[in-house]
Design a protein. Sequence first.
Length: 244
Amino acid sequence: MRFSNVEMGRMDINKRCISPFIKLMVILASLTMMGCTQLRAAKSPQPAVEKIPGINTIAIIPFQTILQETKKGGGVSCPICGNLFRSGEIIPNAEKRLTQLFYQRLNALKVYTVLPIDQAEGAVSKALYDDLKTSHLKMAVQVGKELNADAVLVGFVFRYREREGYAYSVNRPASLAFEVHLISLKEDNSIWEGSFDETQKSLSENVLKLYAFLKIGSKWLTADELAEQGVEEVLKKFPGLRRK
């Protein structure tokens, strides 16, 4: 069977039109399957957790702000391990917000006994009164002993910048950087650390985080909302949540 040149041209046009459409459908189908897989994984029952041997009680020392003293936006280091972070604006009460988030999340897990924050605050004041020049690690150990805790969670905030704009339009997104250490009183040293360093990006800037962007409702987060996300991510690797 033979086709005229006009008919052949029409067939060629149809192929060119259909091909991009098919490619788009394949991409959308793949993304849908990925999303379904993620949802099924999220709904699956969580395995039992395994506590750190010898650690039953944890005290949380209120977060401390670490500011860059010279050049704004430069680097700052963690007082415990020396890890470097980009410094930045820290809004009022940022350290209190992070302390509360970690307390709420850890306490809700019911894996460890988490001492009330006000007890740790009192012990910190006493430690600083006894020795104003004490190091952060030494102070954490002293606070833990004062409270008869097995371990102390100490954290530092380096950047806690609020977004400029609204949920669906911003001039500048929220940006956070913090780090936490779990100090064992038996070893007088850090046995675990977790950090979060993130500036929210638009989907066009980071396509690889499509699922995360859709999960939060495709909106620009406030600093507190980004902090909640950060604490959740860090605690996924907390030693008390290691799978058996």
